[in-house]
Design a binder for this molecule. Structure first.
Ligand code: THU
Length: 156
């Protein structure tokens, strides 16, 4: 038996303004998408913006339902919409941000199901999908692919 350690790597920027232009603009679109959330049960809004290889951005937000499991996270809303509207166009980047009941921006780190869906679309893309997460204190975390968010991921 051997003890093993898995390292995850990411970059932390002190604020959205410190991001490179493309990432900053994508995060801005994710922030705008929080206003389209339908979240009467949690009162927590999440926005996601996916940048495609053809330069198109597709946004999504969380959509809740009185039958709770019927709702969907912002990330999957955005990714499924992107894949449905632009089949076979690779996804390159995704930005994600939360907004609490007081209207303040906050972190919304993707749930396990959304990470698995990102993993699949990364495989389809044949290139890493960059993940941009608004984080605590207004900092921004940048992951260069899904492996750091879903180590030992399941894939064919
Ligand atoms: N939610 C997202 O849309 N994305 C995340 O990364 C975390 C959680 C949504 C699901 C639900 O509508 C609300 O946030 C509260 O959990």
């Amino acid at each position: 038996m051997q003890n093993r350690i898995i390292e995850i790597k990411y970059k932390q920027y002190p604020s959205p303004d410190a991001l490179p232009a493309e990432e900053r603009q994508l995060l801005e679109k994710a922030i705008q998408a929080t206003s389209t959330a339908y979240s009467p049960y949690s009162h927590f809004c999440v926005g996601a913006a996916v940048l495609l290889a053809n330069g198109t951005t597709v946004t999504g937000s969380n959509q809740e339902n009185v039958a709770y499991p019927s709702g969907l996270c912002a990330e999957r809303t955005a990714m499924f919409s992107a894949s449905a509207q632009y089949p076979k166009v690779p996804m390159r980047k995704i930005a994600i941000v939360g907004k609490n009941a007081d209207g303040e921006l906050c972190a919304a780190t993707p749930c396990g199901a959304c990470r698995q869906v990102m993993s699949e679309y990364q495989d389809v893309a044949g290139e890493n999908i960059e993940i941009i997460l608004y984080s605590e204190g207004g900092t921004v975390l940048l992951f260069d692919g899904i492996d750091s968010l879903l180590p030992l991921r399941f894939s064919f």
